[in-house]
Design a protein around this ligand. Structure first.
Ligand code: GLC
Length: 537
């Protein structure tokens, strides 16, 4: 695997720092906590972590509202802790990817504090200020992702400013070249420190149509969808000019060796491809298509095959099954057995998989009582809190069965409640169970490290007569591996002998971690919810 970059062959493990490990018993996770768990990550085969924001922030959007891009929020530690994290991670051959939030700052960022002082303040133009319409209304119909209008009236200076998220997250103005210069300087600051890359938050939203036209209505909107989807985000998302910004970011990365630029790109495949640029934009525009898809084999096959078809050779694939904004996979699918298939799929497809913390032990969404809700979109829109709230997927990591699950000490009030099942579902217990999700996860990562074809080999779809089965090959000059996944509760007898002339195979791994499964390619017994990984000999 020597020709491949680390970000092509490693799994990206996302840590939401508030919820991973609390080291000072304030009920909130922190950087020393992450350091404490590096050995665990190493043990389960993780070689790169992406950490959600840890910068100084008033926490109106839990760190995605940054007031100092070059600091560390005291909740999470101090800069020395971060330097130690880099050091300790690198010692263990683990890369550190950090979150860059260039679309907006906190309203408490010094730039915005200046900007709102007066219309002629030198920082005024760092943000997007507009006059009201003649009738006093907002400049256009753009909606905030977190509820209500995307415009906030500033009484002092008698103008509206744009905020695509909470009103305390004003959007930066990239039409002002000084803004990009500031952000590039921030990128350089962290790269010089030694971080291995960035995940760029809402990368598609940085540029807005210069005329700020109204967005068109979404004819497909129903009450089951978040309110912001009432309008199609035609003029505030994915404007062609955004690519020039991304190229400038990439240029800074390219001054350093082996760094990665990842984009948060909720886009159709065609738009996603554009974010690779000409190998001069993102190395990995996140592919979120498996998040939105119905958990049925035909839909998943189509998503994967369409992606494989459209991706040019020099664009490296990415797959994501969960993050801090999305329902946990077992909750979304409603089945722990299928969650095993999900992990098997994610870790055997071609490309770089991203795993959200806790998915390796099958954590589930936790119902948060109304009085404990923290997430701004849910607080702002109580009627649709169940649709838009993200607290349920952000609960503390379940390490063991001690009070507070080894996340915080006994008696501490954790920032979000723990899952009720943490005493029976946690890392320590799963370490002792030979057929746990954790055991499966570790076997999968081990296979990936042993078989280069799983990491960097090619992908070939194997059509079968069963619509509920997804079968594919991963192969390179060393090995060929067949993956067969049953997305249903039905039993199938599969005959793959016409597709694969080889008669037999060697079982490398089954999703139930049993070893008795037959590997005769003319009659594979695939029981309900079973996944098999077979080396073709
Ligand atoms: C991204 C983040 C999300 C955050 C938003 C605003 O979508 O993933 O958590 O709330 O941007 O920064």
């Amino acid at each position: 695997m020597t020709n491949f970059k680390w970000w092509q062959t490693s799994i990206i493990y996302q840590i939401y720092p508030r919820s991973f490990q609390d080291s000072n018993n304030d009920g909130i996770g922190d950087i020393p906590g992450i350091i404490k768990r590096l050995d665990y990550l190493r043990e389960i085969g993780i070689k790169s972590i992406w950490i959600s924001p840890f910068y100084p922030s008033p926490m109106k959007d839990f760190g995605y509202d940054i007031s100092d891009y070059k600091g560390i929020h005291p909740i999470f530690g101090i800069m020395k802790d971060f330097d130690r994290l880099l050091d300790e991670a690198h010692k263990r051959d683990i890369k550190i990817i950090i979150d860059l939030v260039p679309n907006h700052t906190s309203d408490q960022h010094p730039w915005f504090l200046e900007s709102r002082k007066s219309k002629d303040n030198p920082y005024r133009d760092y943000y997007i200020w507009k006059d009201s319409k003649k009738n006093g209304k907002e400049p256009n119909n753009w909606l905030s992702y977190f509820g209500g209008s995307a415009w906030e009236w500033d009484r002092e200076t008698q103008q509206y400013y744009l905020h695509q998220f909470v009103k305390e997250q004003p959007d930066l103005n990239y039409a002002n070249p000084k803004v990009l210069k500031e952000i590039l300087d921030i990128i350089d600051f962290w790269l010089a420190k030694g971080v291995d890359g960035f995940r760029v938050d809402v990368i598609c939203n940085m540029w807005k149509h210069p005329d700020f036209p109204n967005n068109p209505k979404n004819p497909k909107w129903t009450k089951k969808l978040p309110p912001f989807e009432k309008y199609l985000m035609k003029y505030n998302v994915n404007q062609p000019e955004v690519h020039a910004i991304v190229r400038k970011m990439r240029k800074v990365l390219d001054k350093y060796k082996d760094r990665v630029l990842i984009g948060e790109t909720y886009l159709p495949y065609k738009g996603l491809l554009e974010f690779y640029g000409n190998n001069d934009e993102c190395h990995l525009p996140f592919n979120f298509h498996l998040l939105g898809v119905k958990w049925k084999a035909p839909a998943i096959k189509k998503k994967v095959n369409d992606y494989e078809k459209i991706l040019p050779e020099n664009c490296w694939p990415s797959y994501v099954l969960g993050n801090h904004d999305q329902k946990r996979i077992a909750t979304k699918i409603g089945s722990e057995k299928q969650a095993r298939i999900a992990n098997m799929l994610l870790l055997t497809l071609r490309g770089s998989p991203t795993v959200y913390y806790g998915e390796e032990i099958c954590m589930k969404n936790v119902k948060i009582p109304k009085s404990l809700i923290q997430d701004p979109p849910a607080l702002n829109q109580p009627d649709v809190a169940d649709i838009v709230g993200r607290d349920p997927e952000r609960t503390p990591m379940q390490w063991d069965d001690s009070p507070n699950a080894g996340f915080s000490a006994k008696g501490v009030k954790t920032w979000l409640p723990l899952a009720k099942d943490y005493k029976t579902n946690n890392v320590e217990i799963q370490k002792t169970q030979s057929n746990s999700m954790l055991a499966l996860f570790k076997s999968l990562t081990k296979l990936r490290s042993e078989y280069s074809c799983l990491n960097s080999g090619k992908y070939k779809y194997i059509p079968t007569a069963q619509k509920d089965i997804f079968a594919y090959l991963r192969y390179d000059k060393n090995n060929t591996i067949l993956v067969v996944l049953n997305f249903s509760q039905k039993f199938f007898k599969l005959d793959l002998s016409k597709k694969l002339p080889e008669k037999n195979g060697k079982l490398l791994l089954a999703s139930d971690l049993e070893e008795h499964h037959s590997t005769q390619l003319s009659s594979l017994n695939i029981k309900a919810h079973l996944g098999l990984i077979i080396e073709i000999e």
